[in-house]
Every structure is written in structure tokens, then in C-alpha cells.
Design a protein around this ligand. Structure first.
Ligand SMILES: C[S@@+](CC[C@H](N)C(=O)[O-])C[C@H]1O[C@@H](n2cnc3c(N)ncnc32)[C@H](O)[C@@H]1O
Length: 387
């Protein structure tokens, strides 16, 4: 039984659970439930004891300070996606539109043994940890290494399938030896860890310096997938050179442009509407010219339209603006049955994506065929077709 709170589900919120409190879309707070604790918001305070024992997903309401209204939050079970939205930022992070795409391109599964460098804020590490067999995460910044290690321990990832290594991978590569600063537990007879990685993810300023070190830690008999996450096209260029030099193939660079499409109705404007609008503009222009001419020749008097329309205090009265299909004017409710409408799609640009270019590459070190294994597979296929 693992205490990894990011995998598996439970129904009820218990003491000491890490919960994610959803205040609003951009305000999700990780909170560990302690019966004495209180979650404070600007609307009021939520005692943890009122949350413990409730089902995950519950809405918790309190009366707001100084008024008779209610404030509420939702208490959610952690997932890697929600963690990405709520984690303490120690660095730039990888967001879900990128991490989900990368994992499917690299065919991540429980069979995957992943090398990640650097760990940073651990956003992608949580997503990897849920889906893959084993994750080896390298970080060279000592404080960040310690913070990530503590966090991953608290989330149950270290006991489960994640190993943290304090290392400058560009200088010292990826081999884990006894005596290194790492959470790796060496079995008695092992001097070096066998990484045998089949997936590599590099989120580093200089991935081209790490690429030459990979051959000694990747699996030799299968196809290895690699992704480099780089914000600048110059970095992509240097990475491509290193990939080519070190025998990586099927190289492709991709960028994710996340968009949310919203369906709306837009008023259908006719040619007559456009002509009427042009006439209206012309009319106003002529009226203005006339008025200015009269002002210059001092012939403007109380018969003038504009001057006549003032209230008792001398404040000009303006006519209620008529509907104008092309700009300012009285507003028409979307879908008003007096007008014609068509369905359109509007793009919302709020989604956080394209933080970087994604360079993918693949490699098979040993392409020789294991005849014994091949014959076994062939035989089992023959047996299957007979039965
Ligand atoms: C942008 S952050 C990674 C963010 C991470 N992917 C996430 O989703 O939270 C880059 C990290 O790489 C680390 N780093 C940079 N160069 C490194 C190197 N040569 N070896 C190991 N880590 C390195 C930095 O300290 C930093 O924490």
C-alpha cells in the first residue's frame, strides 16, 4: 500500500491529508488537514475540523464576515494537473498542455523508466510519477534539490517510484554511484544504479551538454524517446546539432498552441444596415459642418436643435442612442429574436501553453535481433493461429 496521495482515490477527507482548496479558477491552495488548523480567506475562515470527514469534492460554506451572505470553497483530492496549478513556484514550470502531449508522444506507460533533468518545481515530475514505472529526477541546485526531495517524500512519491539525484548532468552525466547525494537505495551488491531508461526529458538551459552522457544510462535493446524543452529557437538549433552528432533520429520540433474555443451567436448585418450606417455618418457630418458655419456667423440661436434640448438646469438632454449594428449604440441582448444571428466560434487565449519548443528524437542503440526471443514470439503467434 502506497501513501502516494497523487495516485489512487479515496472518498473521505482525513486528518493529515494533503487537499487542494479551490477558491477560484486562479486560486487553488494546497492545504494539509489538521484538526486544529484554519484556512483563512478574505471572505472568512474555514476551520479544518469542518472539512475533515466530508467527501472529497464537497463544497464548504461559511457566513461571510459582517454580512449574512455565504462564502464557499471546494475541497479537492490532489491530481498532477491541479498540483501544476497550485504548486509553490521555485522555477518556471511545465504546464499540462505540454506535459500531456510529451507523455503521449514518448508513449509513457508503467513500462517506462524516465530520466528527467532538471526537477525544478516538480510540476512535470508529479505527472510522470503517476503514469510511469520509475522516474529518476536530476537537479543541480542544492536548495531546490532538498525542497523537491522533501515535497516528493511528503507526497509519497519517493516511497513509490521516484528517485531524486543532486547532480549537474551537463558536467557529470547521469550515472548514480554509491556516495552520491540521492534518495536511491542501493541493494547490498550494487555499486552503480541500473537506470536502463527508455524515456528522457530535458528541461535545461543547455541540453546539448547533457545529450552526450545519455548513452551510458539508456536501455540498449529498445527504442528510446527523448524530448528537450527549450524556450529559444537558438537552443533548439544547438540541440539539433548534438542530436545528430550522437545518433538520435526521427527528430521533430513541435510547439503547442493551446486555445479554448467558445461558441457564440453573432448578429447578421445586412448590406442595407451598412448603407444606412454610412448615410447616418454623412448626415451627422453635414449637421456638424452647418452648425459650425452658423456659430462663426453668430446665427446660432435658441431654435438650434442642440441648444433647445436642455433641462431646467441647463444640462443638455441627449436622445437615447438608437441601435447601431456597427458600433456604439444601445446594446442588444445576444440572441434577441428581433434580429438575425449566426453561430460563430471565439478563441479564448487564456490557456498557458507555448512556454517552449519541444524537440523530439528517438534512438535504438543495439539493432541486432535476439533470435531466441524472436523465435519464441514467432512460435507463440503460430500456436495462437492454430488454436
Ligand atoms: C525550468 S526548471 C525545470 C522545471 C520543471 N520541468 C517543472 O516542470 O517544474 C529547470 C531546472 O533545471 C535545473 N538545472 C539547470 N541546469 C542543470 C544541470 N546542468 N543539471 C541539473 N539540473 C539543472 C535548474 O536548477 C532548474 O531547477
Amino acid at each position: 500500500m502506497t501513501n502516494n496521495c497523487f495516485s489512487g482515490y479515496k472518498d473521505l477527507i482525513e486528518e493529515d491529508d494533503l487537499t487542494l482548496i479551490w477558491v477560484s479558477r486562479d486560486n487553488i491552495k494546497p492545504v494539509r488537514m489538521q484538526s486544529e488548523g484554519v484556512f483563512n480567506t478574505r471572505y472568512g475562515s474555514f476551520p479544518h475540523k469542518d472539512i475533515i470527514g466530508k467527501p472529497y469534492g464537497s463544497q464548504i460554506a461559511i457566513r461571510t464576515k459582517g454580512s449574512n451572505k455565504f462564502a464557499f470553497v471546494h475541497v479537492l483530492q490532489p491530481t498532477p494537473e491541479l498540483w501544476t496549478l497550485s504548486l509553490p513556484h521555485r522555477t518556471q514550470i511545465v504546464y499540462t498542455p505540454d506535459s500531456s502531449y510529451i507523455m503521449q508522444r514518448l508513449k509513457c506507460s508503467p513500462h517506462s523508466r524516465v530520466i528527467e533533468a532538471g526537477t525544478g518545481s516538480g510540476s512535470f515530475s508529479h505527472a510522470f510519477a503517476r503514469s510511469v514505472g520509475r522516474l529518476f529526477s536530476f537537479e543541480f541546485h542544492h536548495v531546490r534539490y532538498e525542497q523537491a526531495l522533501e515535497e516528493f517524500k511528503a507526497h509519497g512519491l519517493i516511497d513509490d517510484n521516484v528517485t531524486m539525484i543532486h547532480r549537474d548532468v551537463c558536467r557529470d552525466g547521469f550515472i548514480i554511484k554509491r556516495g552520491d547525494t540521492t534518495s536511491y537505495k542501493f541493494p547490498n551488491n550494487e555499486a552503480t544504479a541500473s537506470l536502463n531508461a527508455n524515456v528522457v526529458f530535458l528541461d535545461l538551459p543547455a541540453p546539448w551538454d547533457a545529450i552526450p552522457h545519455l548513452d551510458s544510462v539508456i536501455a540498449t535493446h529498445e527504442k528510446i524517446g527523448l524530448c528537450c524543452f527549450s524556450p529559444c529557437i537558438e537552443q533548439v538549433d544547438k540541440t539539433l546539432e548534438a542530436l545528430e552528432k550522437y545518433g538520435w533520429t526521427d527528430v521533430e520540433m513541435v510547439e503547442i498552441q493551446g486555445r479554448q474555443y467558445e461558441s457564440r451567436r453573432q448578429m447578421v448585418r445586412s448590406l442595407d444596415d451598412a448603407l444606412e450606417r454610412l448615410r447616418d455618418i454623412k448626415r451627422h457630418k453635414l449637421q456638424g459642418v452647418e452648425r459650425r458655419k452658423r456659430m462663426f456667423s453668430n446665427t446660432i440661436d435658441s431654435n438650434d436643435d442642440k441648444i433647445e434640448k436642455r433641462n431646467g438646469e441647463g444640462i443638455p438632454l441627449t436622445e437615447k442612442a438608437k441601435f447601431n449594428p456597427f458600433g456604439k449604440g444601445s446594446r442588444i441582448k445576444e440572441g434577441d429574436s428581433n434580429y438575425k444571428w449566426q453561430e460563430v466560434t471565439k478563441v479564448e487565449t487564456e490557456i498557458k501553453s507555448h512556454t517552449s519548443y519541444l524537440t523530439f528524437a528517438f534512438k535504438i542503440i543495439d539493432k541486432s535481433r535476439d533470435d531466441e526471443q524472436f523465435n519464441e514470439i514467432l512460435q507463440s503467434k503460430k500456436d495462437q493461429s492454430k488454436s
